[in-house]
Ligand binder design. Structure first.
Ligand SMILES: *Cc1c(COP(=O)(O)O)cnc(C)c1O
Length: 717
């Protein structure tokens, strides 16, 4: 029997749930989908939409009966409805001023789930975590982005260790995306350039209570060239780039208007969307008949800008011709001549040789700007001081809000069960508050260690499966494939390094002294092993060479079996790694890592960070909650800096990390190590947490930008 007339079947209920990414951060639902068909769900990369197309209502009924899932599904559905409709939230009490006009959160990438690979790295995952926490907190916010139907890219590593990029088309039909339509069919928005018009349709994605709108130019109204405009993230030339950014900023605001949303606040997450305020100015001038200067003042008072990197290449610059071709029509309609337009993107408005910088535009267009860690705030104030030549360094109006991660997304289910036992009930809804975490002191060392060991074993099993699969796909000799079944030693101190292979992150720092490295990993009593993963940008030959160098080592004795490189780093792989490593290694060239977030995911799961004192770690490390590489100073000569950091990395590993890990008591427990794990979780869990981060944005940026009083606390100078 499928259910009474008018009643939702379990297939209906699960389909509704699968259409909203909320399930992905609800451990109970992840478990339900897994129990329906463990193997198939894994094969489908944890995609429930696809799973439910394969399980017809009848099949699902049968399976649910076998696995006794009915009451769990009904209960989950009730929680889902409660979650999405509840009106008493943190946001409803703290962000009333945002009322019916939400914050529009613009980002070029969103990293929400492995089935939707429209992110390249930390920036995207941060945007995804921002939406999820805004949802949990009930903050009126809507996300705006682009839909890349070929994603960033899928990485394969060939036998030579060279990165190959593949661009599989995303299977639209099995993604929880719906085309936005009005009475007359799909909503289509368009933006003019000097060379014609670019049009896009809108796709909607439900992220808990938050709506995310993604623009897609692959529609028949467009030229062949423009149909491919949104195919790929961060690929293509400058012209593609400015066209994508025109669409993101200007098109994004038009898209919201087309569906009846006039945002109260515009949050530009990185400079890619900095054209949005120009469109907002145009609207004010057109709709409310304001003169330009007044429209500019009013618009900029409602704009918030977050800058994410001190790396020069991370700040888009366009030449005057490209700007004229793409922003010319908009400039005309707000009465700006070409010189006036260019001036908005130049540090020195009079300097005709300066290119147009999106970060400069964003800075000039917003009242509130911030970096993403305390140190990055300092660095950004220095970096952009020339925009305010009459001010001293401390008076530069760029503050900071330190990044954080979405706890329910990154916390392993077993570890969460442990938290559930010792933290207050409903702690997950209050995880951004320090008091909530103090209960973690009461966890017994044995219990914490056992949970960590089980997660570590699970990760090693996963890494072996992946390694065998990847090696097979690569066409390796059968002896290599056979070896992969047993790579990594569960007893060895396991160090993870996974992130984008951008040169400043120095993935090869540990390779500086191969003899020392060999000694570390061949030590019989205190063995150490490494897992690497990460993509290099397709145009970054240096990054690819770096990856190749590490990859080749993995096939050489004595490193074989003790250093593993996994290809195609993703959110799914990241989850496994951050949940299972003993130590997370992070050795960027200071101060170029604006924040970094992967180490924060590791903290939650009981791993310890071993990191250069850069980004978030510079404010998190207290001497008893992990390890520091270097002394927090920067040398002006990059080679000297690299030499010093390399030496210090070996020093920290051999003098601090390894001895502490292998110092065991009579029960084989590393008591002092466990004490550090506990301290890290208790003191860092609430701070480097996306709920805390979004509450900071709400209090210090959104509410003031919407015209309310800044209600509190931290961060903005
Ligand atoms: C968290 C995360 C990142 C960010 O890593 P950093 O160490 O902060 O650079 C990048 N990629 C993925 C898939 C992640 O989950």
């Amino acid at each position: 029997m499928i259910g009474k007339v008018g009643e939702l079947t379990i297939h209906d209920k699960l389909s509704r749930i699968a259409a909203n990414l909320w399930w992905s951060w609800d451990p109970e639902l992840v478990e339900v989908f897994r129990l329906i068909d463990t193997e198939r769900f894994a094969q489908l990369h944890n995609n429930p939409v696809q799973l439910l197309t394969e399980y017809t209502p009848e099949l699902l009924e049968q399976r649910a009966r076998e696995a006794v899932l009915h009451s769990r599904i009904h209960w989950s559905y009730r929680r889902f409805v409660e979650y999405t409709t509840s009106e008493s939230t943190w946001g409803s009490t703290h962000c009333g001023i945002l009322g019916q006009a939400p914050v529009a959160y613009f980002s070029a990438e969103f990293g929400l789930h492995e089935s939707l690979p429209i992110y390249s790295g930390g920036l995207g995952v941060l945007s995804g975590d921002h939406l999820k926490s805004a949802s949990d907190l009930g903050i009126p916010l809507v996300g705006v982005g682009l839909f890349y139907h070929e994603g960033y890219f899928a990485q394969a590593i060939d036998k030579e260790g060279w990165q190959q990029e593949k661009y599989p088309r995303l299977p639209m039909e099995s993604l929880p995306l719906t085309q936005v339509e009005n009475g007359d069919g799909p909503v289509i928005i368009s933006v003019e350039t000097r060379q014609g018009t670019i049009s896009a349709r809108l796709l909607h994605l439900a992220v808990g209570r938050i709506n995310l709108y993604l623009m897609d130019t692959n529609i028949e109204q467009n030229s062949e060239e423009d149909r491919k405009l949104t195919a790929r993230l961060y690929s293509g030339d400058q012209r593609t780039r400015i066209r994508q950014e025109l669409l993101l900023g200007v098109g994004g605001l038009r898209a919201l208007k087309a569906i009846g949303i006039i945002p109260n606040v515009i949050h530009m997450n990185e400079g890619h969307s900095a054209f949005a305020p120009l469109e907002a100015i145009r609207e004010r001038m057109h709709d409310d008949a304001l003169p330009f200067t007044l429209a500019l003042t009013e618009t900029s008072s409602r704009c918030v800008f977050t800058t994410h990197t001190p790396v020069a290449a991370g700040h888009d610059r366009f030449d005057s011709g490209l700007v004229e071709e793409h922003i010319g029509p908009l400039a005309d309609s707000i009465g700006l001549d070409h010189h006036g337009l260019m001036a908005l993107g130049r540090v020195d408005p009079q300097n005709d040789s300066e290119s147009f910088c999106m970060t400069v535009l964003a800075m000039k267009m917003c009242r509130i700007a911030n970096g993403v860690s305390s140190l990055h705030g300092v660095v950004s104030r220095q970096m952009w001081a020339s925009l305010w030549p009459w001010r001293s360094a401390e008076e530069i109006p760029i503050g900071h809000i330190t990044n954080g991660v979405h706890v329910p997304t990154w916390l392993a289910a077993q570890m969460r069960a442990l938290y559930d036992r010792v933290l207050p009930e409903n702690w997950i809804l209050r995880s951004g508050e320090p008091e909530v975490w103090s209960g973690f002191e009461t966890v017994t060392p044995g219990e914490l260690w056992e949970t960590h060991q089980s997660l570590k074993n699970r990760m090693i099993a996963y890494a072996r499966r992946e390694a065998v699969e990847q090696s097979t796909r690569r066409g390796d000799d059968s002896s290599i494939i056979e070896d992969m079944k047993n790579v990594l030693d569960p007893e060895a101190l396991t160090i993870g390094f996974a992130r984008r292979f951008a040169p400043y992150k120095r993935a090869d720092l540990i390779l500086k002294d191969l003899e020392l490295l060999e000694r570390l990993i061949t030590d019989v009593d205190r063995p150490v092993q490494f897992i690497f993963a990460g993509k290099s940008h397709p145009a970054d030959e240096n990054g690819k060479r770096l990856l190749q160098r590490i990859f080749k080592l993995t096939h050489e004795a004595p490193f074989r079996g003790r250093i593993l490189v996994l290809e195609n780093y993703s959110i799914a792989m990241g989850r496994r790694l951050v949940q299972g490593v003993d130590v997370w290694l992070n050795n960027p060239r200071r101060p170029l890592e604006a924040s970094g977030t992967s180490g924060q995911k590791v903290v939650l799961n009981g791993g310890l960070n071993c990191s250069v004192l850069d980004g978030w770690w510079a404010e998190a490390y207290d001497g008893k909650n992990g390890f520091a590489i270097g002394n927090g100073r920067t040398h002006s000569d990059q080679h000297v800096q690299d030499e010093r950091d390399g030496e210090d990395l070996y020093r920290v590993l051999t003098e601090e990390v390894i001895p502490l890990y292998f110092k065991r008591d009579a029960d084989d427990l590393p008591q002092e190590w466990i004490a550090q794990m506990k301290r890290a979780i208790r003191t860092l869990g609430w701070r480097f947490n996306a709920d805390r981060m979004v509450m900071d944005y709400a209090a210090n940026a959104y509410v003031p930008a919407a015209g309310g009083l800044s209600c509190s606390i931290v961060s903005m100078p």
